[in-house]
Design a protein around this ligand. Structure first.
Ligand code: ZN
Length: 446
């Protein structure tokens, strides 16, 4: 396959008249100065580095205030109630819809932090990896790249209390977890670019004995929720005498394989220490705003040399440009200043390149650049749209991120699969119809 672009963002910067040859999903050749018909603007398409796809079904259901102060924890109670309804078929229908929306937003792949392993009330399905297989099937149907991260979830709190209620669908012993991993590995064999990693859910949900072992249990990426909520910081500090990130830096073998999801609640010393480990910060600005988590220390992280990517997490809204915009806007609101992340250069360009690089690293999916050897994860923007008219280079990216709309992504290739064309995912109609029927039934039952 050959792609042309009038302009493309390459590792050394913007180039004109770019010709890209793709073989078996990977970029085989990049040539500049070759005129040809095709796309206006081509960019590396970032990975969505953190998602729980089933939560897409809850979008818009949790925005009314209940008794007292609504919080992350009241949101979680509703999420658990919702979980009591979901069948494997429902999970596939919802995941496929979320993946269609991710591709249309410009994401090339998703890191699915997958913790829904068991039937309602616990137990195991005939195939222990049934739910993983459903996520993998949704990736196969939609062509979105997948880094599958089966979650280890062992306990209801740092004190080791037993799981209860909705959590019973998450829990795994070492043995059942191993069968889930093995089943997932088999189910993924038909997806050439899929990656299998692991996810200890959080410091509160995994025993210290398991945390000690986790790095030796996989060669893939390792993701963990960390320091999202103040109550979580207090719980870990009371039990272990250290704040979550301080504890993780001192006790876990953190390196570039790790992705620390949220990392919202950090002191400046924790920020610098975590950045030095070369773990990626997995930021989810829309969800963090929706849940009232707090504001990540962007400048502190970048100054310390940290890398980051973005994820749609709860999938309350799936928009790549909006994740990047909100990341910068939260910094501006917190610091009462403008262009906080960029430090003298284009904010759109910095956010885009960091999200592409950090997302690919967290997914075990290469370097997130348009260069030979990388997966052909590419997106095209509608350069003729009024919002981008007359813009070029960095300014065009600034315009897309800050002034654009989601529909400006016209085409998307995931590992060379051309799954979004003229702004629509190629399987949208069928996936959407099934999702609509699923949602009607689930909402009626709530
Ligand atoms: Zn999450």
């Amino acid at each position: 396959m050959i792609l042309h672009a009038a302009t493309a963002l390459l590792p050394h910067g913007w180039a004109r008249d770019v010709r890209i040859r793709v073989e078996q999903g990977r970029i085989a050749e990049v040539t500049t100065g070759v005129a040809g018909q095709g796309n206006g603007v081509l960019l590396p398409a970032p990975v969505n580095l953190h998602s729980h796809t089933f939560q897409r079904a809850m979008a818009g259901l949790t925005e009314a205030r209940t008794a007292g102060q609504d919080s992350f924890w009241t949101w979680r109670a509703l999420m658990y109630r919702f979980l009591d309804r979901l069948s494997p078929e429902d999970v596939q229908a919802i995941a496929a819809q979320a993946m269609v929306e991710m591709a249309e937003a410009g994401f090339s792949a998703v890191c699915e932090f997958h913790y829904l392993h068991h039937p309602v009330g616990g137990g195991t399905y005939a195939d222990p990896a049934e739910m993983s297989a459903r996520i993998i099937a949704a990736a196969g149907e939609t062509g979105l790249g997948l880094t599958h991260l089966p979650v280890i979830y062992e306990q209801g709190g740092v004190d080791g209390r037993a799981l209860s209620g909705g959590q019973l669908r998450f829990g795994s012993s070492q043995n059942t977890y191993a069968t889930v991993l093995e089943g997932a590995r088999k189910a993924m064999s038909g997806l050439p670019d899929a990656v299998l990693g692991m996810a200890p859910h959080s410091l509160r949900a995994v025993s210290r004995a398991t945390l000690d072992r986790v790095a030796g249990m996989t060669e893939g990426p390792i993701h963990i929720h960390i320091a999202e909520q103040l109550a979580e910081v207090a719980e870990v500090e009371a039990a272990w005498g250290a704040r979550p990130v301080d504890w993780a830096v001192a006790n876990l073998p953190l390196d570039g394989r790790w992705c620390m999801i949220h990392a919202t609640q950090m002191t400046s010393a924790e920020t610098a220490a975590l950045a030095r480990t070369s773990a990626v910060a997995g930021l989810c600005p829309i969800t963090e705003a929706n849940l009232g988590d707090g504001i990540f220390d962007g400048p502190g992280w970048l100054t310390a040399g940290g890398g980051f990517g973005v994820g749609s997490d709860s999938n309350v809204r799936i928009s790549l440009a909006e994740e990047l915009r909100l990341l910068e806007y939260s910094q501006r609101l917190g610091r009462k200043a403008r262009a906080v992340m960029a430090d003298g250069r284009s904010t759109g360009r910095l956010l885009w390149e960091e999200a592409a690089k950090g997302g690919a690293k967290a997914a075990g999916r290469g370097r997130g650049r348009i260069e030979v050897g990388e997966w052909a994860d590419l997106l095209a923007l509608d350069a003729g749209d009024l919002r981008l008219e007359g813009f070029d280079g960095d300014q065009l990216l600034d315009a897309f991120v800050f002034a654009g709309r989601d529909g400006l992504v016209t085409d998307l290739w995931s590992a060379g699969r051309h799954i979004v064309r003229q702004g629509r995912h190629i399987a949208r109609d069928a996936v959407e119809a099934r999702f609509r029927a699923t949602m009607r039934r689930l909402r009626d039952a709530l």
